[in-house]
Design a protein around this ligand. Structure first.
Ligand SMILES: [Fe+2]
Length: 177
């Protein structure tokens, strides 16, 4: 089995029972495939595997910190997945902003941040896909997050700060659409 096939199978095991989040994950994987033209060919399986796995931390069977990027990454590390996949999952979609809000920055720092087009493509795929898998623009996706979480929620506070920064990064790389 290939890396991507293994990732899709694990994601299905862990995320399909969660309902609509499985629709989101399948669409993020499809979107990652679309934007994968911006990354080197040898990096494409890494991007696609990370896209399949990015939200496994929502599975209650593996969650401990209740911060899904960290929970997902720790699980993958324990299961022996390649470090790049682990680190992409841990840091996806501005995780560092939310760990700052939640007081979890030290836990995140043990995982290196990959500052590459692969990370930007992963973030773009996630942030142009809605919670039920619908295609959204970046601005629509941020508006949807801010509406879904109340103003005193750490997620809401995170995206007030992170949205303009991640938007600039995406457009800088040319991966935004
Ligand atoms: Fe996601």
């Amino acid at each position: 089995m290939s890396l991507v096939t293994d990732a899709a199978a694990l994601a299905q095991d862990l995320v399909e029972p969660l309902g609509r989040r499985w629709l989101h994950v399948q669409s993020v994987a499809a979107r990652a495939e679309e934007v994968s033209t911006v990354v080197d060919e040898e990096d494409r399986p890494v991007l696609l595997a990370a896209a399949w796995l990015h939200d496994i931390g929502y599975a209650p069977t593996i969650g401990h910190s209740r911060f899904h990027p960290l929970d997902g990454g720790r699980y993958l590390r324990a299961e022996g997945w390649p470090a790049r996949i682990v680190n992409l999952v841990v840091h996806h979609s501005g995780a560092c902003f939310e760990t700052a809000e939640r007081g979890l920055s030290a836990e995140l720092e043990v995982f290196p941040f990959e500052d590459t087009p692969v990370m930007d493509a992963l973030v773009t795929a996630d942030l142009t896909t809605g919670p039920s898998g619908e295609r959204l623009t970046y601005d629509e996706r941020i508006a949807e997050i801010l509406e879904r979480y109340s103003a005193d929620d750490p997620v809401h506070r995170t995206w007030i700060k992170a949205a303009p920064i991640l938007k600039v990064r995406g457009s800088h790389r040319g991966a935004q659409s």
